[in-house]
Design a protein around this ligand. Structure first.
Ligand code: TYD
Length: 199
């Protein structure tokens, strides 16, 4: 498959949706063929599942299976066809969210999470992942009304630590930790200019 997958990850309130949108608009302006999807969501079924899962207080395994069902539908209906067309696919969350939130956060066995991620994705993985890192205090400040999903402050901390664990342990993947978005944009711009000059 010719396409390329870029995923944005981070705890709630990290600002990843904004950066994913900006990158989408930027690449589109350059004339590249690019799609932007949110996970969970972006298909009829996945949007319905998203509503249900985010509005209810489900047990961890039911929640895990709903996130994976939503992802499976996104992969099947949108990502695989886009990859065949050679598009750049930008994802606002993907498999690392499940590892961080359900695996590290809700403490579901990581092996189980990995297997379900693999099944839902038919084996595909992001080619590039940007992990936006913010402090817990900053994220909680930004969350406002959504705070109720994170009543247990230790939960969001486990998720944040989980993301860092993914960053440090998955050495075979291209995962970049973003500490400052302005510096990230500068580096990304330089990298892209170099690539455009070479090709
Ligand atoms: P989202 O709108 O992506 O959050 P934000 O924009 O605030 O970062 O909401 C998705 C929520 O679902 C978020 O709390 C993370 C959670 N989630 C999981 O728990 N597991 C998953 O696999 C995914 C994709 C998301």
């Amino acid at each position: 498959m010719k396409g390329f997958i870029i995923s944005f990850e981070g705890i709630d309130g990290a600002g990843k949706s904004t950066q994913a949108k900006k990158l989408y608009q930027f690449l589109k302006q350059l004339g590249w063929s690019v799609s932007l999807y949110r996970d969970p969501g972006s298909t009829l079924l996945a949007e319905r599942l998203r509503e249900m899962v985010l509005e209810s207080n489900l047990d961890p395994i039911t929640e895990l299976l709903m996130f994976e069902s939503a992802r499976s539908s996104l992969v099947w209906e949108k990502i695989l066809p886009d990859l065949k067309e050679g598009k750049i696919i930008i994802l606002d969350r993907f498999i690392d969210s499940t590892t961080a939130y359900q695996g590290y956060g809700k403490e579901i066995n990581l092996g189980t999470v990995n297997i379900l991620n693999h099944i839902a994705c038919r084996g595909i993985k992001p080619n590039l992942t940007f992990l936006l890192n913010v402090s817990l205090e900053r994220a909680l400040q930004r969350l406002g009304g959504k705070k109720s999903r994170f009543e247990d402050p230790k939960y969001l901390k486990r998720v944040r630590d989980g993301y860092l664990q993914i960053f440090y342990s998955e050495k075979e993947r291209d995962i970049f930790l973003i500490l400052n978005v302005i510096i990230w944009w500068l580096l990304f711009g330089i990298m892209l200019l170099k690539k455009l000059k070479i090709s």
